[in-house]
Design a protein around this ligand. Structure first.
Ligand SMILES: Nc1nc2c(ncn2[C@@H]2O[C@H](COP(=O)(O)OP(=O)(O)OP(=O)(O)O)[C@@H](O)[C@H]2O)c(=O)[nH]1
Ligand SMILES: [Mg+2]
Length: 381
């Protein structure tokens, strides 16, 4: 969707446009195609619908872009400061147009401070430091530096580093498995990570979006698995909840079976192998490993190791809403060798869920202001 912001319309002012898109890549393509080479991004914000709309639509990005008028470029040529993030970079005689000063992430500083030619060298060197300061995972930066496709990062501007890192992460993400769910799906994970909540979200999606008729089996496996909320939710959306596997009709892709399993401590290997045997007996091919994304990386790595011992096929990340920066999750997602299936972004069982893991990860790896500068750089690059 692309809409002209009528309030900003004026002969002398740049024209503003609002785009609502599903991904960063779509935004870049749309701006180039519809608004041309001179358009630049003013802001980027993640948006979701309200109420039921929120549940039937995946999160989107709202991008405000500006197309400068003729008078605008004259102002730039005269060296005056324009009221936008990238304009600070344009006032710097020593920088190429695609460069965005790292200092421009600090809104408290004056643009003239950034223009001092003696600082050019420092601005380049500091790009990675700024990324780390903004919450980007240091271990991930070290890992990225070893990727041959990245090349040398240390002498690039912040905008170029962001662009490169984003593209490399997206490319690597696209090489992760993309297995579809089969007709029997189990959700596995340690206690309290959000398995049952995630199951409810998947069930709502199956019923209302995919128009399927799912069934649920609640496994006890010797561990108590209280089911009040799951039972009530199944009743509300018309899904049958079974407690005994021998009573279940044969599942199919139109009537898939979802299995809720009690949480098992990551140190309880005996219980995990018992679960593995039960899943084998039930012939369950799709096994979603549910992890709490807010956990420590060491714990998450251990969960993923356990998951791979249990032949997990898909990864679901919960508590995504509680993360201020998700970049620590990249190595886990890229190296797990299983399909990154979905993220849970809150407690609302009829919403707060996205199967666009790549988009969610990109949107939560870079702070909004750095992200919008990256767009500007894409734009001109
Ligand atoms: N903020 C936030 N809370 C969540 C999310 N997913 C689940 N929760 C909350 O986490 C708590 C545990 O969720 P459950 O779904 O019961 O977790 P579980 O893994 O089934 O727990 P056990 O069956 O006891 O092992 C509940 O209070 C949920 O509301 C999420 O994505 N974000
Ligand atoms: Mg549960």
């Amino acid at each position: 969707m692309i809409a002209e912001d009528s309030k900003a319309l004026s002969e002398s002012k740049p024209k503003r446009f609002r785009l609502v898109v599903r991904s960063a890549e779509e935004a870049v393509r749309m701006i180039r195609d519809k608004l041309g080479d001179n358009a630049r991004v003013v802001s980027v914000r993640q948006i979701g619908g309200e109420g039921l709309k929120r549940f039937i639509s995946s999160p989107k990005l709202e991008v405000i872009a500006e197309v400068p008028q003729q008078t605008e470029s004259l102002t730039q040529d005269n060296g005056e400061v324009m009221p936008s993030i990238e304009s600070a970079g344009k006032t710097q005689g020593t920088q190429s147009p695609s460069r965005v000063s790292p200092d421009s992430t600090n809104s408290g500083e004056s643009p003239t401070h950034k223009t001092a030619p003696t600082e050019t060298q420092n601005e380049q060197v500091d790009a990675l430091k700024i990324l780390t300061k903004a919450g980007f995972d240091e271990a991930l930066i070290s890992q990225i530096k070893t990727w041959p496709e990245v090349g040398e990062l240390s002498d690039l501007s912040l905008a170029d580093v962001l662009r490169k890192v984003t593209l490399c992460l997206s490319d690597r993400f696209k090489t992760t498995p993309t297995t579809s769910l089969s007709s029997k799906v189990a959700l596995l994970g340690s206690p309290g990570v959000g398995k049952t909540t995630m199951l409810c979200k998947l069930l709502a999606h199956e019923v209302f979006i995919k128009k399927k008729v799912p069934m649920v089996l609640k496994l006890e496996n010797g561990v108590p698995n209280p089911d009040d909320s799951l039972r009530i939710f199944c009743e509300v959306i018309g899904v049958t909840l079974y407690r005994e596997s021998n009573k279940i009709p044969p599942p199919s892709l139109d009537c898939p079976l979802f299995i809720d399993i009690p949480g098992i401590s990551i140190n309880n290997t005996a219980e995990w192998s018992s679960v593995k045997s039960s899943l084998k007996a039930l012939d369950v091919n799709s096994r979603i490993l549910v992890v709490n994304g807010a956990y420590d990386v060491a714990v998450l790595s251990k969960c993923i190791r356990i998951g791979s011992n249990l032949d997990a096929t898909h990864l679901a990340i919960t508590h995504f809403d509680e993360l201020s920066n998700a970049s620590k999750l990249w190595p886990l997602i890229l190296d797990a060798g299983i399909t990154p299936y979905c993220v849970s972004t809150g407690q609302n069982v009829t919403g707060d869920f996205s199967s666009n893991v790549l988009n969610q990860m990109i949107a939560k790896s870079f702070p909004e202001n750095l992200y919008s500068q990256t767009f500007s750089s894409y734009q001109r690059g």
